[in-house]
Design a protein around this ligand. Sequence first.
Ligand code: SAM
Length: 239
Amino acid sequence: MLDDNFRQFIKEQIALPEKKWDSAFVDYIQKKYQELQKETGHFTAEQELEKGFQRYLDCLDISKDDLMGRRILDLGCGAGDFVKYCLGQGISREAYGLDILIEPEEINPGYRRFFLKGDFEQGIPLKDFDYIFSVAAVDAPYSEEVDRNLRRTVISALVALKHEGEIRIFPVRKAPPASGLAGIDFSRKKWMELLDDLKSKNWINYELRPIDIRAAGNKPDVWLEEVLIINKELVKINF
Ligand SMILES: C[S@@+](CC[C@H](N)C(=O)[O-])C[C@H]1O[C@@H](n2cnc3c(N)ncnc32)[C@H](O)[C@@H]1O
């Protein structure tokens, strides 16, 4: 996990055109790019689970202590390892996963009731969560051709949240100016339009907190990844 000063530094750098980047930022991009090329190594199933849980904490910028005893929902939970870890380690007795591709009958019977098959764009079948998380699942469309109902997803999550609860979604991406990363620019614009609209109605407060950069592709392409933290302002939100 990067320290706060460095996170602020990368956020400032990504807002500048490439020509103006500080040499420390250029070196960091190179380091991140090399990390991506490295072999991942072999880990036991237990170590994989631990690593996966730590990845969630890092991406969501949250601590294990924050999760203790909380009612949690993971939108787009994939194989559900984060939920299983929270339940298995006694971090939460009420951690749930929702995924469109999940087959609950394939999940260990001890955990099965915590997994739901469904499309988060069509609504969330449970309520009263302290935290609703999403890692690499909820996202804005990348172009006009992509049909994704981000507004409905976010409002469904607000409805399913306790008043003092929090939604954390990772990543919201930001490309440097004139980088040519049109898909990232488009999805960022869609996020900002939605968030600013909900904030102007006093339904939410939100924060975009920098987590790290990604360097990928041949150039490499570089972008910032932030966690979106949404708090509910209005007591009762209906569609
Ligand atoms: C890239 S995986 C990430 C899985 C997990 N969050 C992780 O980080 O390991 C994205 C997951 O989101 C799920 N997903 C995508 N769109 C969805 C939707 N509209 N409703 C429910 N699940 C969805 C996919 O089925 C997939 O399991």
